[in-house]
Write a protein that binds this ligand. Structure first.
Ligand code: ZN
Length: 243
């Protein structure tokens, strides 16, 4: 069975991306999947898009990727995200701009365990909903056919498991994948975690175990670069708090 690493929501944080890639390199994985939002918020969008292009096997679009290239209406973004996305649009190279423009919304991978990859939710991927298992697990599990869906967007990592009888359970560190059970897994965020833990988050899926991993990185250096780029201090400060 192939081994996967899944990363999401890098948000132009090169320091966090490099730290996570260095950890992933120590794991014996076959394929690195990216669940969207390479840019937005952070100071190094071009570097991150270029590194992701060389390191990942599959990339899909997030709302910030599509927002930066005019495919998603950024008037729905909050004021800080809006400022950052305007800045991002200005600094993106023509090549990276068209790369983001061509990213698909979803991807499917067939194998021993079929995989569905989306940024927001399997239900209406282009509406950028946040998945929450308390309220909309049922409809979202019905919105894809594969056994496991990996996603991001909320920047809060977790694993939702649905039994063949329709009972949903949640895990925050690790889950064993069982036949006939289905999973929705939020990989959390590499570049801007929001679960109170400032360490970068990613997911490892190998030998039928899904594991949420955390990696510390040089937050101060990212914050310095953000300051230099003139990005909002609200966005700079939240990195050290993981919120
Ligand atoms: Zn995001």
């Amino acid at each position: 069975m192939p081994a996967y690493a899944i990363i999401s929501d890098v948000h132009a944080n090169l320091q966090a991306l490099k730290a996570v890639l260095a950890e992933i390199e120590k794991e014996d994985i076959d394929s690195l999947l990216f669940a969207g939002d390479s840019v937005g918020y952070g100071p190094e969008p071009n570097e991150c898009v270029e590194l992701l292009r060389t390191k990942t096997s599959l990339m899909i679009a997030g709302n910030h990727d599509w927002g930066a290239v005019g495919l998603t209406d950024v008037r729905d973004f909050n004021a800080y995200a809006h400022v950052a996305i305007d800045w991002t649009r200005d600094v993106l190279t023509t090549e990276n701009f068209s790369y983001l423009h061509d990213l698909p919304l979803t991807k499917k991978i067939s194998g021993d365990r079929d995989i569905f990859l989306v940024h927001g939710t399997p239900q209406e991927p282009d509406q950028w909903h946040y998945f929450s298992f308390e309220f909309d697990a049922k409809v979202n599990f019905r919105s894809f056919d594969e056994q496991i869906c990996f996603l991001g967007h909320s920047h809060i990592p977790f694993i939702a498991e649905r039994s063949p009888r329709g009972k949903t359970s949640s895990f925050y560190a690790r889950a064993e994948v069982k036949d006939r059970y289905r999973y929705i897994v939020n990989a959390g965020s590499v570049g801007q975690p929001r679960d109170g833990n400032p360490d970068a988050s990613y997911v490892l899926f190998k030998d039928d175990v899904i594991e949420i991993k955390r990696v510390s990185y040089d937050i101060l250096l990212t914050q310095k670069k953000m300051k230099k780029a003139g990005l909002p201090s609200y966005l700079i400060n939240r990195l050290s708090e993981g919120r």
